[in-house]
Design a binder for this molecule. Sequence first.
Ligand SMILES: C[S@@+](CC[C@H](N)C(=O)[O-])C[C@H]1O[C@@H](n2cnc3c(N)ncnc32)[C@H](O)[C@@H]1O
Length: 267
Amino acid sequence: MAHNETIRREFAKQAASFGDRGLTLSSHEHLTWMVGILPLASDFRVLDVATGTGHLSRAIAPHVRQVVAVDVTPEMLDKAKEEAVRSDLDNILFEEADAAALPYPDASFDMVVSRLAIHHFEKPGLQLGEMVRVCKPDHTVAIIDLLSPADKSMIESYNRLERLRDVSHTLALTEGQLVDAMASSGLSVQSVDKREIAVDFERWVEMTGTNFQTRDRIKAELQAELRGGAKTGMRPYMQEGTLKFLQTWCVAIGTRSSAKTAGKQRL
Ligand SMILES: C[S@@+](CC[C@H](N)C(=O)[O-])C[C@H]1O[C@@H](n2cnc3c(N)ncnc32)[C@H](O)[C@@H]1O
């Protein structure tokens, strides 16, 4: 799949800095919030889909029997393995796999989680269907992702700026679209918890290695908005001379409805 090549190329570049301290990605506070919502149990075997460098896997591992952490980018998995060793965690199994074709039998996990990956999928119904298929009936599939603004006039500009920064970004869904996609994949959505996350613009574009011309182009749009220009959906603001903006992150909890229907429907 051509998009997976784009994913591997972009995340091979990002792997080195993805685990850096001080990023929203590695924030202990945000991870504690997310893990606190997940209905984990000590005997659970949990699948983390598109684990990246394993931030969420490492936060979950102390609470469960095993985490199986998959990703399509080998460089991200290499970093994840290093980090797990450094954290002294020996119950995370890392495997290279495509979320669109998970190499596991039906109903083989007690919980399936995925963080910040849906907005990299071209047809998220496909990967959601796979997550539902491998989850045991009546168990949880938890989707953590950034949300598009609900205002239709900003969905296009918000995702356009995200794609300018990182070409592997496809589409951040609105809350309504995410809930619909989960429901269409055979999940009964139990809750959607949201948080506003402050992002430092320079660190954001540095992490993806966005070229300098493009950084300036995105920055110009955010600065124009600050001066009263067109709303981009990024909600930029200045803090002590630093350009920042807000993302909405959500933790959406779905329960696999039944063994028969789950995984059959697609977005
Ligand atoms: C933004 S990172 C998020 C990583 C991690 N879940 C986290 O929250 O820190 C997105 C990850 O999704 C992975 N990815 C994208 N498409 C994938 C696919 N089809 N199958 C498996 N992994 C995929 C990328 O390789 C990358 O590591």
